[in-house]
Design a protein around this ligand. Sequence first.
Ligand SMILES: Cc1cc2nc3c(=O)[nH]c(=O)nc-3n(C[C@H](O)[C@H](O)[C@H](O)COP(=O)(O)OP(=O)(O)OC[C@H]3O[C@@H](n4cnc5c(N)ncnc54)[C@H](O)[C@@H]3O)c2cc1C
Length: 471
Amino acid sequence: MARIAVIGAGMGAMATAARLAVAGHRVTVYERGTTYGGAVGRYEREGFAFDTGPGLLHLPAVYRDLFVKTGRQPLESRVDMVRADPAVRHVLPHLGVDVTLPAASHGGVAAALDEAFGAGAGERWNGVLGRARDAWDATRRPLLEEPLRGGREALGSDPYPAVRRSGLLRRRPPTLAEVAARELGGGLGELLTGLVAPYGIDPGRAPASAAVLPYMEQTFGSWYVRGGMRELATAVHERCRERKVDFLFGAEVREVLVRDGRAAGLLLADGCEAPADFVVCGIDPRLLPEMAREAGAARGADAPSRVTLLLALRGARPARAVHRTLVHSPGLSATVLRPDDPATRPDADHEAVTVSAVCGPGGAGAAPSAEELLDLAGKAVPGLRERLLWQEALTPADVEAATGAVGGSVPAPSLAGAGGRLLHPANTTSVPGLYLAGGWAHPGGGLAHAGMTGALVAGLIVEGADFRGSR
Ligand SMILES: Cc1cc2nc3c(=O)[nH]c(=O)nc-3n(C[C@H](O)[C@H](O)[C@H](O)COP(=O)(O)OP(=O)(O)OC[C@H]3O[C@@H](n4cnc5c(N)ncnc54)[C@H](O)[C@@H]3O)c2cc1C
């Protein structure tokens, strides 16, 4: 039995802690805040309740697997997960397009797109997602389920089989925006890029392989946890506690102690030392001096943040309202979430709506104003301003307060292609005994991807160099 110190109580760190405890190790989580979950927070006021971080989960299999591997009770016995159906509504006010796509039906999606964009649109869309599936199949294991091996070059070339254009020399692989324009055209292309941008990924710079994200959403669905996404964090925390993981709150970590060339424990902000045989870092590596090399490889410097507007509305949520609407407009797009969940509102005569947009970290660049977000949200929710009771804005500073990440950066999922520029650092580090988990490590940020770091780091610590990946 080894003593394992885990830094931070975010989702990736907790997923790692639960798996290590089940493997028989003594695990302690050191969290600087007063609660678990990190970005997965909840804001409550006057009977309204809002998710302050992710509002939907993609790839629920990641957390199902965590619960299967760490105990008898499956995830579904702990949280009530519902698939968002319809999957997503796209509103493009500048083109007069308003299209709602059903969940779990390629045919239904194609039919809706044909109606909105003209005959053939659905076929073009399915063609792109079919090529995205090839990219997914080619990279799923090395990108998501296996430790990062062979350096960045191994995943550096773009697996998206872009359609070749006759007579043209390809000087470089196309970006996602170029693929969207060439293979989908006009407004339909905006749907593809608009599904990727909320991850904090710039479609104009991202490799075409970013199309795996819309593929993943359309194939595996977008899932909501009744009572709010914080319920998922609570379930993972409870699973950790059942497995005897210790949590120390108000315990800010200053340094990783390195003795005789290997990780030996933690130095806390109060000056106390916490000895350990292994250390798992579940936070932005730029926060710890020993992480200099890993931090250099982290994609933190340019990872954008989020602004989020929490809206308390009078009047009932219409039965036909769609859970997630993407409002695309040139220059600024927003995600509008309208969960059909009584736990989010004081009664049936009110509604809680969340609007979010990507913005530069730490206030870099012009963050959209509340007024701009309200205008966009009004395209998805008719009569929004007249129904508004009150609003609360969350800024990059609030994200930084929740996660500690510099400037409130939110790490994106890792992507293959672009010479490995969009990969995160490996879970192993240059210091033996020191591992990286959570959204800042391979395979990157987002609830599902960060959850995968738990399987990878636990596998690397338990099985050592023989670990070939999560099964
Ligand atoms: C506003 C917002 C919206 C998002 N939307 C989505 C979405 O739609 N879909 C999606 O999949 N993902 C989304 N994400 C990302 C997702 O929430 C995270 O990637 C995921 O929760 C994994 O987080 P993590 O494990 O990296 O830990 P984090 O959530 O970053 O938590 C880190 C924890 O470490 C603690 N900590 C920091 N420094 C120290 C220290 N020195 N000592 C001790 N503890 C420390 C922090 O207090 C925090 O509790 C969003 C995030 C934010 C902030």
